[in-house]
Design a protein around this ligand. Structure first.
Ligand SMILES: Nc1ncnc2c1ncn2[C@@H]1O[C@H](COP(=O)(O)OP(=O)(O)OP(=O)(O)O)[C@@H](O)[C@H]1O
Length: 290
């Protein structure tokens, strides 16, 4: 179906990720972050995105592109809006009563805030992993199979899909032979990899991670970091982290948000950490504040 005929079927729910963007909204110079916020291979494009909680504005005019199959890190001091931006990508902010979004956010060129977008379908393509591992009180197998069953993808090969997801999440070796045991009996690091397996079982394109290693010990953290880098061969990963060394180690590009909900600079990770353009970013990454 071409973009024009898709646009014509306004009354139907659009399968996100297939349409073309109908208009490109440029941003004002004042809002434009330093660095190279626009890229050619973007899968997600935020344009002039504002997010409010009631009367409080948490994000101001965010314009940035997330490149496909790379790791993009979002860093910045507490309360600067990193999680808010992450949640706005797959419309998780819809679940917060007082949250309101202005501006545009395109996924494969389709504005995810268009009325014809089904947020549940969107979240199948843009999965999320949270700070605290949150496996269901079910077996390891059922945790991973859960999304497939909910989506009616229980097509006889659930076992194969569960095995593949556990393998991609670098957990299979540790749980083989005990898939019937409770996911809650795994260690914290294993639980987080189980949640990652659950997120990738349904074959999303993008995985959003909100400080996925902050509750883990250094060994488990290192496994998650290795995994994130591997995942980027097949998926687009956007990760919020408080840990600047972690952002420097695992990400291709880094976005620096600063107090008040402004994106100040977005560039290749190496550039951000070695030669940032903004003095405020330099001060932040050298630990002068934040
Ligand atoms: N559900 C909510 N209701 C009201 N205000 C909120 C809500 N969630 C976040 N905020 C506010 O929005 C701003 C940005 O919060 P957000 O959690 O996005 O920041 P953050 O950079 O991810 O912070 P942290 O690093 O501490 O997790 C903060 O001022 C916060 O208090």
């Amino acid at each position: 179906m071409n973009p024009e005929s898709e646009a014509a079927t306004e009354s139907e729910q659009t399968e996100v990720g297939t349409a073309q963007r109908s208009s490109d909204v440029d941003t004002t110079a004042a809002d434009r972050p330093l660095g190279t916020p626009r890229v050619d291979d973007a899968i997600i494009e935020a344009r002039d995105l504002d997010v409010y909680y009631g009367d409080t504005q948490a994000l101001h005019g965010i314009t940035m592109d997330i490149p496909e199959k790379q790791v993009t890190a979002l860093i910045g001091p507490s309360g600067c809006g990193k999680s808010t931006f992450l949640r706005s990508i797959n419309r998780m902010n819809d679940l917060i009563d007082v949250a309101r979004v202005d501006g545009d956010l395109y996924f494969h060129g389709k504005n995810v805030y268009d009325e014809d977008v089904d947020p549940v379908a969107l979240r199948r393509k843009i999965g999320m992993v949270f700070q605290k591992p949150n496996p269901f009180p079910k077996s390891i197998f059922d945790n991973v199979a859960y999304g497939l069953r909910v989506q009616g993808k229980d097509d006889g090969d659930v076992e194969g899909k569960v095995t593949t997801a556990l393998e991609r999440a670098a957990l299979l070796d540790e749980v083989e032979g005990k898939l019937d045991e409770s996911g809650l009996d795994l260690s914290g690091g294993q639980q987080q990899r189980l949640c990652i397996a659950r997120a990738i079982a349904t074959d999303p394109e993008v995985i959003l991670m909100d400080e996925p290693a902050s509750a883990l010990d250094p060994v488990a953290t290192s496994k998650i970091e290795d995994l994130v880098e591997e995942l980027a061969e097949e998926y687009t990963v956007v990760i919020v982290t408080h840990n600047m060394q972690q952002a420097a180690r695992i990400s291709d590009r880094t976005a620096v948000f600063l107090t008040g909900g402004h994106l100040v600079e977005f560039d290749d990770t190496e550039k951000i950490f070695e030669n940032p353009q903004s003095q405020r970013v330099e001060d932040y990454i050298t630990g002068k504040f934040g």
